[in-house]
Design a protein. Sequence first.
Length: 747
Amino acid sequence: MIQDPSANAKTPTGDLLLDTIGALPDGIALFDADHCLVACNPKFRAQFPNLADRLQPGARWIDLLKDVEAGGHYSPPVTAANQNTHTSRQGGLTDQLDFDRKAELRFADGAICDITLKPMMHGGFVAICSDVTDQRQAESTAREQENILRTALDASPAAIVMARLRDGKILYRSPGAAAFFGDTETALEHYADPGDRDRYTAVLAEKGRVDDYRIMLRDSEGTPHSVTSWGRLVEFDGDAYAVTAIMGLSEQQLREAMIEQIVESCPTAIQMTHAETGDVLFYSPECVALFGPLENAKQYYVDPVVRARNLANLRQKGSVVEQKVQFYDASGTPFWGAVSARLVRYKGEDVIVSHTRDLTEERKLEAEMAHQQDQLHQNEKLLAMGELLAGVAHELNNPLSVVVGHSLMLREDCKEPDVLRQVEKISHAAERCAKIVKTFLTMARQHPTKLQNVDVNELVQTAVDVARYGESAGAVDISCALEDELPEISADPDQITQVILNLILNAEQAIQLTGTGGQVRVETCRHKDGAELLIRIADDGPGIPEEIRSRIFEPFFTTKDVGHGTGIGLTLCHRIIKTHEGDIRVSPGQAGGTVFEVTLPAGQSDVSQPKAHDTDLAISNKVKILIVDDETDVAELNAEILTRGGYDVDVFDDADAALAHLREHDVALILSDLNMPGIDGRGFFETITAEFPHMIDRTGFITGDTMGRSSQTFLDEADRPFLEKPVAPKELRAFVGEILEKAEATE
């Protein structure tokens, strides 16, 4: 008997004991031979919060247990007697301690614990309390899911059988299976041919699943039926089982008769042949027209070895699709055909069911089809790049908007030369980052021609920037000579940029593949007294031979090796330029290489510029503008830019708050982001259209995502002006002035 447990706990041994039980994950309490508490760990105290003041050294087990029972938390029998009990010297409730047997405690808060009593060698015992709440809940959930699954399977009209793979012993059959097969013990009894099950299980063991598997099964009366089955290989209780679903048992024979009629009238060459001998068992009228009335399929083949190889392939895979083989036709003339075939069991024998398609005409178009497939591949890559860049641009454009905007405003406000020089460096670096994002977005875009007044030099510079950041960056020197103050042209900026970039990249690739030359020069200038603008791309590479120079704009014509060109790049350039009423020509350079010249008609700008009095008007009238953007930094930056321009700006970071403001206050202009949590730009605009139709013409969008499909679709449908982030202060003020001016002109 331990007289002073607390004193004992202060010894080094006691400290070690307390540290040990304190580190255990279960609740632990030590009781001496008189069933008095010696010590317990914090976990045990946490499991019995209502006994916190009673769990002190010296507390009696019987008293603690009574308190637990009195609280309604005790689920007996902690003290139920069994053959492994220990008689207590205390009377009453715990005359017998039930050692090594778990008892369950359920608490008012839903927690469940298992408590076990373990005797100690020198008297006393240990109470171990384990939290099993999650385990009980998981067991309950598993039982519920099992009941649901069994109910669903029992209600299924399909015949479902779960049988052990090694011996076919049935573990489960659905009511539909019981009705069809009867009270069988093994799945072996179901097969008309025992070898069919061996083949079925071999495929299942190899692939883990079979789908649409045709097989002959016997019903409870022993009548064979040709059925379709689906199987899955599963593991249960350490064994492999086949779970098989059989469909269409009652209707199968009717279907077969219908299928036979369809096959005989089908306008395709279908036949059934004996796998080993090649004897023809069935052929459709089209098959006779193609091959003639031959009795053996081996006579069809130009090379008999091919059939033996195809049969071996069929035995391995079970089926082949569109395999190209050379045959003799009904007149004995060789031709190429595409064969799709499946190896099946028919009346206990391997039979080939095949369909042959004449490829004579198709092979004449193979070269053209190959080019079209390559073009499709290129478009898919471009689309994938667009999707990726849409996400990248959206993530980069918001912070870039803040950097570019604030740097440009600092440049406007700064008067100190030294500080201004530093601001200039920051501004140039930020604008360069923004330009890189926009130039790559330009290449990823694909949409119909959308004409607008553009600066040719800007398009050239964009294309050059993209080329300089491409895979061959630095390998070829790209230089520019751009004439100043060129008139604008009416063009789709993305398409013209694509043309220029494609011509630069073609020159780079020719130089790198041949090792000849190393420079590409891009020039712009006036042409024909300013009525046209000329873009010249010249290189010092290997040049284009004269005999093929006239064909380079033909579709799918290319001199590049496979994998290096599609033959559609220059065709696309030619079509784009012709669509813009321009011209594109190629000629040899004076000192070697190639020169491409693109001419485009000069256009007159019809973009309204902000009038000088716009700012004064905004200051005097305090035009109210509402900005909604979930990027707070971007919204506050745009607000500051417009406030400096004399506007009165309200900023909101979500569409709900902005709509609530619109219902209480009048504004002259709304600027909204597109991608926002909650109500996005589309939902915001739809609400404006429904509740504030007078604000439709006074709404514009500022977004970092114009590449996403949904964003492009919405902007086209809304037909409202938009700006791509990052936005320069001058650009934003001009954008606002243009919307206000057009809105006032239409009212």
